[in-house]
Write a protein that binds this ligand. Structure first.
Ligand SMILES: [Zn+2]
Ligand SMILES: [Zn+2]
Length: 197
């Protein structure tokens, strides 16, 4: 797959644009990571500046997530931009020191305003091409919400009977014994009326 394994030689300072529709499978995603409906539209811009390859891009598609309140799967539109850097895997301690030089990083950012202060996530490559799939997989996992909600207004499940309250009220609220107010009132009544004891 060309889109996911661009050749280093093709990536220049002028940049290389890649785009494609990719399945979760092609990105190595399992349903345990993020379930994708259909394909993801991936558009990437790769630019080599000195020894670093900067990758910016946008990923759009639909994830299937489980709502934390009602536990139903729902289609969650997904769209995020990414900005990462690739460097050749260091072979010697010298190369490691070079990689951490902050001066270089500062002067060599791609021309994109919005995320200037954000540190690029750093990935490594070996050989003559980049492996973009593991990076995209990781970015998709990072972009997933911690507490997905099918809707901000999701009413969730009744803690007692488990009914999905989005489908209407359950009968728990109608039962007098379960209501804390009813319990209080009973106690109060007893206190007010000592004859009942
Ligand atoms: Zn829900
Ligand atoms: Zn209930």
């Amino acid at each position: 797959m060309d889109v996911l394994t661009p050749k280093i030689a093709d990536i220049t300072a002028e940049g290389l644009s890649l785009s494609g529709d990719l399945t979760g499978e092609e990105l190595g995603l399992t349903d345990g990571d993020v379930a994708i409906r259909g394909t993801l539209a991936v558009g990437l811009d790769l630019r080599a500046i000195e020894r670093t390859i900067y990758v910016t891009g946008v990923v759009e598609g639909t994830a299937i997530r489980q709502c934390v309140r009602c536990l139903k799967d729902f289609a969650d539109p997904l769209a995020f931009s990414l900005r990462v850097a690739y460097e050749r895997e260091a072979k010697s301690p010298n190369a490691v020191a070079k990689r951490d030089d902050p001066r270089k990083k500062k002067s060599a950012g791609p021309p994109e305003g919005e995320a200037e202060e954000q540190n690029d996530d750093l990935y490594y490559f070996t050989g003559d091409h980049l492996e973009l799939a593991p990076m995209l997989r990781e970015q998709l996992i990072l972009a997933a919400p911690m507490h997905p909600l099918c809707s901000e207004e999701c009413r969730g499940l009744c803690a007692r009977c488990g009914k999905d309250l989005n489908e209407g009220p359950c009968r728990c609220g109608e039962e007098p014994t379960g209501s804390p107010f009813q319990v209080l009132r009973t106690i109060k009544d007893k206190l007010m009326d000592p004859r009942e004891r």
